[in-house]
Design a protein around this ligand. Structure first.
Ligand SMILES: NC(=O)c1ccc[n+]([C@@H]2O[C@H](COP(=O)([O-])OP(=O)(O)OC[C@H]3O[C@@H](n4cnc5c(N)ncnc54)[C@H](O)[C@@H]3O)[C@@H](O)[C@H]2O)c1
Length: 357
Protein backbone atom coordinates (compact mmCIF):
# COMPACT_ATOMS: atom_id res chain seq x y z
CA UNK A 1 0.00 0.00 0.00
CA UNK A 2 1.33 3.44 -0.92
CA UNK A 3 2.58 5.54 1.98
CA UNK A 4 1.40 9.10 2.50
CA UNK A 5 4.70 10.20 3.98
CA UNK A 6 6.16 13.36 2.54
CA UNK A 7 9.76 14.48 2.21
CA UNK A 8 11.09 17.93 1.36
CA UNK A 9 14.43 17.78 -0.46
CA UNK A 10 16.45 20.90 -1.17
CA UNK A 11 19.05 20.81 -3.93
CA UNK A 12 16.88 18.12 -5.52
CA UNK A 13 18.49 18.39 -8.96
CA UNK A 14 21.97 17.86 -7.53
CA UNK A 15 23.82 14.63 -6.82
CA UNK A 16 22.57 13.78 -3.34
CA UNK A 17 19.25 15.59 -3.69
CA UNK A 18 18.28 13.71 -6.85
CA UNK A 19 19.27 10.37 -5.33
CA UNK A 20 17.14 11.26 -2.30
CA UNK A 21 14.20 11.98 -4.60
CA UNK A 22 14.42 8.60 -6.35
CA UNK A 23 15.20 6.72 -3.14
CA UNK A 24 12.14 7.93 -1.23
CA UNK A 25 9.80 8.25 -4.21
CA UNK A 26 10.60 4.66 -5.08
CA UNK A 27 9.51 3.70 -1.56
CA UNK A 28 6.10 5.33 -1.93
CA UNK A 29 6.81 8.77 -0.51
CA UNK A 30 5.48 12.04 -1.89
CA UNK A 31 8.54 14.14 -2.69
CA UNK A 32 8.80 17.91 -2.87
CA UNK A 33 12.05 19.06 -4.44
CA UNK A 34 13.50 22.57 -4.24
CA UNK A 35 16.18 23.61 -6.71
CA UNK A 36 16.80 26.79 -8.71
CA UNK A 37 19.68 25.35 -10.79
CA UNK A 38 22.11 27.67 -9.03
CA UNK A 39 24.80 25.06 -9.71
CA UNK A 40 24.80 26.33 -13.30
CA UNK A 41 25.33 29.84 -12.06
CA UNK A 42 28.21 28.62 -9.87
CA UNK A 43 29.98 26.34 -12.34
CA UNK A 44 28.76 27.27 -15.83
CA UNK A 45 27.39 24.76 -18.37
CA UNK A 46 29.18 21.76 -16.77
CA UNK A 47 27.21 22.39 -13.60
CA UNK A 48 23.82 22.71 -15.29
CA UNK A 49 21.39 20.33 -13.58
CA UNK A 50 18.47 20.71 -16.01
CA UNK A 51 19.15 17.24 -17.47
CA UNK A 52 18.85 15.72 -14.01
CA UNK A 53 15.59 17.51 -13.23
CA UNK A 54 14.16 16.29 -16.54
CA UNK A 55 15.31 12.77 -15.73
CA UNK A 56 13.52 12.95 -12.37
CA UNK A 57 10.32 14.38 -13.84
CA UNK A 58 10.30 11.68 -16.49
CA UNK A 59 10.94 8.77 -14.14
CA UNK A 60 8.83 9.56 -11.07
CA UNK A 61 5.12 9.93 -10.29
CA UNK A 62 5.04 11.47 -6.84
CA UNK A 63 7.69 14.15 -7.32
CA UNK A 64 6.80 17.85 -7.38
CA UNK A 65 9.49 20.35 -8.33
CA UNK A 66 9.64 23.85 -6.84
CA UNK A 67 11.89 26.30 -8.66
CA UNK A 68 12.67 28.19 -5.49
CA UNK A 69 15.74 29.86 -4.00
CA UNK A 70 16.42 28.81 -0.41
CA UNK A 71 17.60 32.37 0.24
CA UNK A 72 13.98 33.46 -0.25
CA UNK A 73 12.99 33.25 3.42
CA UNK A 74 9.26 33.87 3.03
CA UNK A 75 8.94 31.33 0.22
CA UNK A 76 10.79 28.69 2.25
CA UNK A 77 8.63 29.32 5.33
CA UNK A 78 5.46 29.15 3.24
CA UNK A 79 6.50 25.95 1.47
CA UNK A 80 7.15 24.05 4.68
CA UNK A 81 3.99 25.35 6.28
CA UNK A 82 1.91 24.28 3.29
CA UNK A 83 3.32 20.78 2.90
CA UNK A 84 4.36 19.96 6.49
CA UNK A 85 6.85 17.25 5.52
CA UNK A 86 7.65 14.20 7.64
CA UNK A 87 11.33 14.54 6.73
CA UNK A 88 13.55 17.34 5.46
CA UNK A 89 16.76 16.55 3.60
CA UNK A 90 18.72 19.72 3.05
CA UNK A 91 21.25 19.32 0.22
CA UNK A 92 21.15 22.73 -1.53
CA UNK A 93 24.51 24.45 -1.28
CA UNK A 94 27.38 26.30 -2.81
CA UNK A 95 29.65 23.26 -2.53
CA UNK A 96 33.08 24.38 -3.83
CA UNK A 97 35.76 25.75 -1.52
CA UNK A 98 37.68 27.25 -4.42
CA UNK A 99 34.65 29.17 -5.66
CA UNK A 100 33.71 30.52 -2.23
CA UNK A 101 36.51 33.09 -2.20
CA UNK A 102 35.17 34.65 -5.42
CA UNK A 103 31.56 34.70 -4.24
CA UNK A 104 31.73 35.07 -0.46
CA UNK A 105 28.28 36.64 -0.04
CA UNK A 106 26.54 34.07 -2.24
CA UNK A 107 28.43 31.31 -0.46
CA UNK A 108 27.38 32.46 3.01
CA UNK A 109 23.85 33.43 2.00
CA UNK A 110 23.18 30.02 0.46
CA UNK A 111 25.09 27.79 2.88
CA UNK A 112 24.55 29.47 6.23
CA UNK A 113 21.53 31.77 5.89
CA UNK A 114 19.70 29.35 3.58
CA UNK A 115 20.11 26.65 6.23
CA UNK A 116 18.77 28.99 8.91
CA UNK A 117 15.74 29.69 6.71
CA UNK A 118 15.05 25.97 6.49
CA UNK A 119 15.58 25.35 10.19
CA UNK A 120 13.17 28.13 11.12
CA UNK A 121 10.65 26.84 8.60
CA UNK A 122 10.94 23.39 10.20
CA UNK A 123 10.62 24.79 13.74
CA UNK A 124 7.35 26.45 12.82
CA UNK A 125 5.98 24.02 10.24
CA UNK A 126 7.12 20.52 11.24
CA UNK A 127 9.24 20.52 14.43
CA UNK A 128 8.98 16.73 14.85
CA UNK A 129 10.21 15.93 11.34
CA UNK A 130 13.80 14.66 11.22
CA UNK A 131 15.99 17.36 9.66
CA UNK A 132 19.02 16.05 7.78
CA UNK A 133 21.74 18.52 6.87
CA UNK A 134 24.40 17.58 4.36
CA UNK A 135 27.42 19.02 6.06
CA UNK A 136 31.00 18.44 4.96
CA UNK A 137 34.40 17.36 6.20
CA UNK A 138 35.53 20.92 5.38
CA UNK A 139 34.10 21.91 8.77
CA UNK A 140 37.32 20.44 10.21
CA UNK A 141 39.32 22.83 8.06
CA UNK A 142 42.87 21.59 7.57
CA UNK A 143 43.06 20.20 11.13
CA UNK A 144 43.11 16.60 9.77
CA UNK A 145 46.46 17.50 8.16
CA UNK A 146 47.97 17.49 11.67
CA UNK A 147 47.77 13.70 11.70
CA UNK A 148 51.27 12.36 11.00
CA UNK A 149 51.58 10.83 7.53
CA UNK A 150 53.93 8.58 5.61
CA UNK A 151 54.43 8.82 1.86
CA UNK A 152 53.79 5.60 -0.02
CA UNK A 153 54.31 5.00 -3.72
CA UNK A 154 50.87 6.17 -4.82
CA UNK A 155 49.31 7.76 -1.72
CA UNK A 156 49.75 9.46 1.60
CA UNK A 157 48.91 7.24 4.55
CA UNK A 158 48.38 7.76 8.28
CA UNK A 159 51.56 6.97 10.17
CA UNK A 160 50.02 5.97 13.51
CA UNK A 161 48.06 2.74 13.93
CA UNK A 162 45.45 4.54 16.05
CA UNK A 163 44.60 6.71 13.02
CA UNK A 164 43.91 3.70 10.80
CA UNK A 165 40.12 4.25 10.72
CA UNK A 166 40.53 7.92 9.84
CA UNK A 167 39.08 11.18 11.12
CA UNK A 168 36.43 10.95 13.84
CA UNK A 169 33.79 13.45 14.94
CA UNK A 170 36.09 14.52 17.80
CA UNK A 171 38.47 16.28 15.38
CA UNK A 172 38.77 19.95 16.34
CA UNK A 173 36.75 22.46 14.37
CA UNK A 174 38.59 25.72 14.92
CA UNK A 175 42.10 27.18 14.93
CA UNK A 176 42.64 25.99 11.37
CA UNK A 177 42.13 27.10 7.75
CA UNK A 178 38.67 26.20 6.48
CA UNK A 179 38.27 28.12 3.22
CA UNK A 180 35.20 30.35 3.18
CA UNK A 181 33.08 27.37 2.22
CA UNK A 182 34.26 25.47 5.30
CA UNK A 183 33.36 28.49 7.43
CA UNK A 184 29.88 28.92 5.95
CA UNK A 185 29.15 25.20 6.23
CA UNK A 186 30.46 25.15 9.79
CA UNK A 187 28.11 28.02 10.68
CA UNK A 188 25.25 25.96 9.25
CA UNK A 189 26.46 22.79 10.97
CA UNK A 190 26.48 24.50 14.36
CA UNK A 191 23.02 25.97 13.73
CA UNK A 192 21.65 22.53 12.86
CA UNK A 193 23.13 21.11 16.07
CA UNK A 194 21.68 24.03 18.02
CA UNK A 195 18.16 23.44 16.75
CA UNK A 196 18.60 19.89 18.01
CA UNK A 197 20.08 20.75 21.38
CA UNK A 198 18.27 24.01 22.16
CA UNK A 199 14.84 23.23 20.68
CA UNK A 200 15.02 19.44 20.97
CA UNK A 201 14.36 18.96 17.26
CA UNK A 202 15.55 15.74 15.58
CA UNK A 203 18.43 17.19 13.58
CA UNK A 204 21.58 15.63 12.18
CA UNK A 205 24.71 16.89 10.43
CA UNK A 206 26.26 14.43 7.99
CA UNK A 207 29.84 15.54 7.47
CA UNK A 208 30.51 14.21 4.01
CA UNK A 209 33.71 12.88 2.57
CA UNK A 210 33.50 12.69 -1.23
CA UNK A 211 30.00 11.99 -2.44
CA UNK A 212 29.74 10.42 -5.82
CA UNK A 213 27.49 8.73 -8.33
CA UNK A 214 26.53 8.94 -11.98
CA UNK A 215 24.09 11.80 -11.47
CA UNK A 216 26.69 14.38 -10.55
CA UNK A 217 26.99 17.34 -12.90
CA UNK A 218 30.76 17.03 -12.50
CA UNK A 219 32.59 20.36 -12.85
CA UNK A 220 36.29 21.07 -12.43
CA UNK A 221 35.66 22.92 -9.18
CA UNK A 222 33.40 20.25 -7.69
CA UNK A 223 32.69 16.55 -8.10
CA UNK A 224 36.03 14.74 -7.86
CA UNK A 225 35.38 11.29 -9.38
CA UNK A 226 32.54 12.38 -11.68
CA UNK A 227 34.64 15.15 -13.19
CA UNK A 228 37.68 12.92 -13.44
CA UNK A 229 35.66 10.32 -15.34
CA UNK A 230 34.37 13.06 -17.58
CA UNK A 231 37.85 14.43 -18.26
CA UNK A 232 39.12 10.96 -19.19
CA UNK A 233 36.14 10.24 -21.39
CA UNK A 234 36.15 13.58 -23.18
CA UNK A 235 39.96 13.83 -23.27
CA UNK A 236 39.94 17.09 -21.38
CA UNK A 237 43.19 18.26 -19.78
CA UNK A 238 43.09 17.68 -16.02
CA UNK A 239 44.95 19.61 -13.33
CA UNK A 240 46.26 18.09 -10.12
CA UNK A 241 46.98 20.60 -7.39
CA UNK A 242 49.89 19.72 -5.13
CA UNK A 243 50.68 16.84 -2.75
CA UNK A 244 52.19 14.94 -5.73
CA UNK A 245 48.73 13.71 -6.69
CA UNK A 246 48.87 11.37 -3.70
CA UNK A 247 46.12 13.10 -1.72
CA UNK A 248 43.55 10.61 -0.47
CA UNK A 249 39.75 10.93 -0.53
CA UNK A 250 37.11 8.50 0.67
CA UNK A 251 34.21 8.06 -1.69
CA UNK A 252 30.66 7.20 -0.84
CA UNK A 253 27.94 6.50 -3.36
CA UNK A 254 24.82 8.67 -3.15
CA UNK A 255 22.71 5.55 -2.58
CA UNK A 256 24.61 4.72 0.60
CA UNK A 257 24.10 8.31 1.81
CA UNK A 258 20.33 7.92 1.26
CA UNK A 259 20.30 4.59 3.09
CA UNK A 260 21.86 6.37 6.07
CA UNK A 261 19.27 9.16 5.88
CA UNK A 262 16.56 6.48 5.90
CA UNK A 263 18.13 4.84 8.96
CA UNK A 264 18.20 8.21 10.74
CA UNK A 265 14.58 8.89 9.81
CA UNK A 266 13.53 5.60 11.42
CA UNK A 267 15.53 6.25 14.58
CA UNK A 268 16.19 9.98 14.88
CA UNK A 269 18.31 11.69 17.50
CA UNK A 270 18.62 15.36 18.44
CA UNK A 271 21.64 17.41 17.43
CA UNK A 272 23.48 14.38 16.09
CA UNK A 273 26.71 14.55 14.08
CA UNK A 274 28.27 11.82 11.92
CA UNK A 275 31.18 11.64 9.55
CA UNK A 276 29.88 10.02 6.40
CA UNK A 277 32.26 9.02 3.66
CA UNK A 278 33.32 5.81 2.02
CA UNK A 279 35.67 4.95 4.88
CA UNK A 280 38.99 3.19 4.51
CA UNK A 281 37.75 0.55 2.05
CA UNK A 282 36.60 3.23 -0.41
CA UNK A 283 39.61 5.52 -0.05
CA UNK A 284 41.69 6.32 -3.10
CA UNK A 285 44.40 8.78 -4.03
CA UNK A 286 44.20 10.95 -7.14
CA UNK A 287 46.92 8.92 -8.86
CA UNK A 288 45.13 5.68 -7.99
CA UNK A 289 41.75 7.04 -9.10
CA UNK A 290 43.18 8.18 -12.43
CA UNK A 291 44.75 4.77 -13.07
CA UNK A 292 41.51 2.95 -12.21
CA UNK A 293 39.28 5.15 -14.34
CA UNK A 294 41.71 5.19 -17.28
CA UNK A 295 41.64 1.42 -17.28
CA UNK A 296 37.85 1.29 -16.99
CA UNK A 297 37.19 3.88 -19.72
CA UNK A 298 40.06 2.92 -21.98
CA UNK A 299 41.48 6.43 -22.48
CA UNK A 300 44.59 8.12 -21.17
CA UNK A 301 44.22 11.33 -19.21
CA UNK A 302 46.32 14.34 -20.07
CA UNK A 303 47.45 15.55 -16.65
CA UNK A 304 48.95 18.89 -15.77
CA UNK A 305 50.60 18.95 -12.36
CA UNK A 306 50.39 22.29 -10.51
CA UNK A 307 52.96 22.37 -7.71
CA UNK A 308 50.66 24.27 -5.35
CA UNK A 309 47.97 22.64 -3.27
CA UNK A 310 44.52 24.15 -2.83
CA UNK A 311 44.19 26.32 0.26
CA UNK A 312 42.92 24.25 3.19
CA UNK A 313 42.96 21.04 1.14
CA UNK A 314 43.20 17.72 2.97
CA UNK A 315 46.26 15.57 2.34
CA UNK A 316 44.73 12.33 3.53
CA UNK A 317 41.09 12.27 4.54
CA UNK A 318 39.33 9.06 5.47
CA UNK A 319 36.03 9.24 7.39
CA UNK A 320 35.95 7.17 10.53
CA UNK A 321 32.58 5.44 10.15
CA UNK A 322 32.56 3.67 13.49
CA UNK A 323 30.14 6.07 15.22
CA UNK A 324 27.67 5.93 12.32
CA UNK A 325 27.88 2.15 12.24
CA UNK A 326 27.59 1.73 15.97
CA UNK A 327 24.50 3.99 16.23
CA UNK A 328 22.93 2.48 13.08
CA UNK A 329 24.18 -1.11 12.93
CA UNK A 330 21.81 -1.98 10.08
CA UNK A 331 23.57 0.51 7.82
CA UNK A 332 26.76 -0.14 5.88
CA UNK A 333 28.53 0.66 2.64
CA UNK A 334 26.92 -1.23 -0.25
CA UNK A 335 28.84 0.42 -3.07
CA UNK A 336 32.48 -0.63 -3.09
CA UNK A 337 35.04 1.52 -4.87
CA UNK A 338 35.15 -1.03 -7.72
CA UNK A 339 31.41 -0.73 -8.16
CA UNK A 340 31.57 3.07 -8.10
CA UNK A 341 34.36 3.17 -10.69
CA UNK A 342 32.54 0.68 -12.84
CA UNK A 343 29.34 2.71 -12.75
CA UNK A 344 31.05 6.04 -13.40
CA UNK A 345 32.92 4.52 -16.33
CA UNK A 346 29.84 2.93 -17.90
CA UNK A 347 26.66 4.77 -16.94
CA UNK A 348 28.40 8.11 -17.20
CA UNK A 349 28.62 7.67 -20.95
CA UNK A 350 24.85 7.40 -21.23
CA UNK A 351 24.19 10.27 -18.84
CA UNK A 352 26.56 12.62 -20.58
CA UNK A 353 25.34 11.62 -24.02
CA UNK A 354 21.69 12.24 -23.13
CA UNK A 355 22.71 15.52 -21.53
CA UNK A 356 24.01 16.78 -24.84
CA UNK A 357 21.10 15.42 -26.88
N1 LIG B 1 29.66 16.22 -3.40
C1 LIG B 1 30.49 16.08 -2.40
O1 LIG B 1 31.55 15.47 -2.54
C2 LIG B 1 30.16 16.65 -1.04
C3 LIG B 1 31.04 16.41 0.00
C4 LIG B 1 30.72 16.88 1.26
C5 LIG B 1 29.55 17.58 1.45
N2 LIG B 1 28.72 17.82 0.42
C6 LIG B 1 27.48 18.56 0.68
O2 LIG B 1 26.38 17.76 0.31
C7 LIG B 1 25.35 18.55 -0.25
C8 LIG B 1 24.96 18.03 -1.59
O3 LIG B 1 26.09 17.99 -2.43
P1 LIG B 1 25.96 17.65 -3.96
O4 LIG B 1 27.25 17.10 -4.41
O5 LIG B 1 24.70 16.89 -4.21
O6 LIG B 1 25.81 19.13 -4.54
P2 LIG B 1 25.22 19.59 -5.95
O7 LIG B 1 25.90 20.87 -6.27
O8 LIG B 1 25.26 18.47 -6.93
O9 LIG B 1 23.70 19.87 -5.58
C9 LIG B 1 23.30 21.01 -4.89
C10 LIG B 1 22.06 21.55 -5.58
O10 LIG B 1 21.61 22.69 -4.86
C11 LIG B 1 21.10 23.63 -5.79
N3 LIG B 1 21.16 24.95 -5.20
C12 LIG B 1 22.26 25.70 -4.95
N4 LIG B 1 21.93 26.88 -4.42
C13 LIG B 1 20.57 26.88 -4.31
C14 LIG B 1 19.63 27.83 -3.82
N5 LIG B 1 20.03 29.04 -3.38
N6 LIG B 1 18.33 27.50 -3.83
C15 LIG B 1 17.91 26.30 -4.30
N7 LIG B 1 18.76 25.36 -4.78
C16 LIG B 1 20.07 25.66 -4.79
C17 LIG B 1 22.01 23.49 -7.01
O11 LIG B 1 21.40 23.95 -8.20
C18 LIG B 1 22.28 21.99 -7.03
O12 LIG B 1 21.39 21.29 -7.88
C19 LIG B 1 25.88 19.99 -0.25
O13 LIG B 1 25.39 20.63 0.89
C20 LIG B 1 27.38 19.83 -0.14
O14 LIG B 1 27.97 20.92 0.52
C21 LIG B 1 29.00 17.37 -0.82
Amino acid sequence: MASSRRVLVTGSSGLIGSETVTYFEGRGWEVHGVDNNMRRDFFGPDGDTTWNLERLLGSTRRFVHHDLDIRDRQAVLALTKTHRPDLIVHCAAQPSHDLAKDRPFDDFDVNAVGTLNLLESARHGCPDAPFVFMSTNKVYGDAPNDMPLVELETRWEYARPEDYHGVSETCRLDRCVHSLLGASKLAADVLVQEYGRYFGMPTVCLRGGCFTGPNHSGAELHGFLAYLARAIREQRPYRIYGYKGKQVRDNIHAHDVCAFIDAFYREPRSGAVYNLGGGRANSVSMLEAIARLEERIGNTLSVEYVDRHRVGDHICYISDLRKAQSDYPGWGIEYSLDRIVDELGAVGVAAHTSRRA
